[in-house]
Ligand binder design. Structure first.
Ligand code: AMP
Length: 216
């Protein structure tokens, strides 16, 4: 059972690496805070209404909202039994410190990608509406046009509301403002592993297993 934190800029490939990890640990629970917000926004829940004004601008949702939401999710039985991939959390030092009070991870994977690739990845990104498989209109199209390689469903190219140039630039800036203290925090705890995330689809399953093994 693995307990993994994925940390990296928008477009660094957290979702793609998460799907590789699920390939070797099918029961692991993938907790993406961005996905939880998008689901709540689409259902117009009170959490969604609270989050939308921030996500629309590429700003962070306030710590107290995100921390409570993650804590609730992490306390569920499936996470206790099968471990977790945290994707998009923590994003601030207080989030990282609080997380340490209710969960321990085996490793924090810091996804490294050259900055020029980040923009191209995000602005071209779309996903299968049925299974969530991620594609890119320039870098990674499905083999058969508009048909998902994974589940065979027809795909409409619909992008995330916040994957537009202005918001993306702000999201990258927000990452740069917050990331250094988080990296230092996990480095200090001996939990950090740097991953070249330019093409994690080319890693073998054994390489993925080594990545998710405890850092120390
Ligand atoms: P993501 O899908 O991870 O890029 O997240 C999309 C948006 O959700 C972000 O731009 C933030 O507005 C919000 N969000 C996701 N995770 C967090 C977090 N840990 N802290 C604050 N805001 C978050």
């Amino acid at each position: 059972m693995a307990k993994i934190i994925l940390f990296g800029a928008p477009g660094s490939g957290k979702g793609t690496l998460a799907s590789r990890i699920i390939g070797v640990e099918p029961n692991i629970v993938h907790i993406s805070t961005g996905d939880i917000f998008r689901e709540n926004i689409s259902k117009n829940t009170s959490l969604g209404v609270k989050a939308k004004s921030f996500t629309d601008k590429g700003e962070l949702v306030p710590d107290e909202v995100v921390i409570d939401m993650v804590k609730d999710r992490m306390e569920k039985d499936d996470v206790k039994a099968n471990g977790f991939i945290l994707d998009g959390f923590p994003r601030t030092l207080p989030q990282a410190q609080k997380l340490g009070e209710f969960a321990t991870a085996d490793a924090v994977l810091l996804l490294d990608v050259p900055k020029d690739i980040l923009l191209k990845r995000i602005l071209g990104r779309y996903s299968c509406q049925k299974c969530g498989q991620i594609y890119n209109k320039w870098l990674n199209k499905p083999e058969k046009e508009n048909t998902c390689d994974k589940c065979g469903e027809h795909i409409d190219v619909i992008q995330r509301a916040d994957d537009n140039e202005e918001t993306v630039k702000r999201r990258i800036e927000v990452y740069e403002e917050n990331s250094a203290p988080i990296v230092k925090f996990y480095e200090g705890l001996g939990m950090l592993k740097r991953v070249d995330s330019t093409n994690t689809l080319e890693l073998s399953d054994d390489e993925i297993k080594t990545l998710i093994s405890p850092a120390k």
